[in-house]
Design a protein around this ligand. Sequence first.
Ligand code: GLA
Length: 394
Amino acid sequence: MSAIDDARGLLAGLGAGDPLGVWSSAGRANLIGEHTDYNEGFVLPFAIDRRTYAAVAERSDRMIRVASTFDPDPVEVDSAALAELFAGEPGAAVARGDVPEWAAYPLGVAWAALRGKPAPRGLDIAIASDVPVGAGLSSSAAIEGAAAAAFDELWSLGLAPIDQAKVGRTAENEAVGAPTGIMDQVSSIMGRTDAATFLDCRTLDVESVDLGFAREGLEVLVMDTRVAHSHATGGYRDRRDACERAAAAMGVPALRDVAVSDLDRAAELLDEVTFRRAKHIVTENARVLDTVRALRESGPRAIGELLLASHASMRDDFEISVPELDLAVDTAMSAGAIGARMTGGGFGGAAIALVEHDLVDEVCVGVTGAFEEAGYGEPRTFTVHPSDGAHRDA
Ligand code: GLA
């Protein structure tokens, strides 16, 4: 059964009222521009052909009930009580056990979209997804995007796509408590077929950049290491703090304002580790701009070196890679990939490789074999295609 049918089936099983429709949003892979979003820099992700669906039905009261194929128990909240539920420290409701983490995504979107007002109408929402969870492909942003699109229409909120993305980020930062940037939500909601979303995370200007993968006979292979990660805790927050410290020491609002030519000065001002964190962000911003230029002027075969340089910077300077991701990248390159890099927040999850269509099988076999030899768990490999963002499906 497809994920859209799963969502419909789950909704029917709730004994819900009349179905109002199905909305969905995409997972995403980031082509380049990692951890640059919360530094007000540049990112170049694309929405993928793995989606999360929200099937929604009418209620006669003002309750919001969410159900998911991840959890047998639906969660029901009075929409007028959302503000109280999510008051206090970021993520407090989840930490207290008042709401399971998965439900904090759609309920957090409802809370952020309603801004303290009760819902104009209560809703039952059933969620199903074929975005792999924990692979660094933004299964969470896909839930947020599907929920935001549904609420926008059903509550007549008049939110532009970029505002739906902001609502998703607020849900993630405040309700779930993960201090992430806005890349995933913008990519999930505003993606286009065969294109990447070039986002300036300071101005929130979005441009579509033609990728031409299909035309050129290229595939993006995801190599999911299945090493688990979480952005609500630990390393992600730590890197964000280091970036903020570096910007403050450099006397700028964000590392976006530091140029590659300022790095000598940064080396004098910052301790060795903080300098390397800042260096990753500064050089990564430059690589995003170079990648956009290369795609526009020369096409996708010209971006391999930039992808590799990005991975090296994350491995050596930002230190967010893990041995499994490095092995996936190195093996894909030895098997003939054009370029490869880890994608997403790091500390686990997936790497992507840009591969000639005819070489995909060889790269998959190579990576799986290398993992076996290294004694790592079996990776999951599959291709993804740049796809459309959020929309109504039915
Ligand atoms: C996660 C976050 C994003 C971004 C990436 C790293 O996916 O949700 O906001 O910071 O990590 O680029």
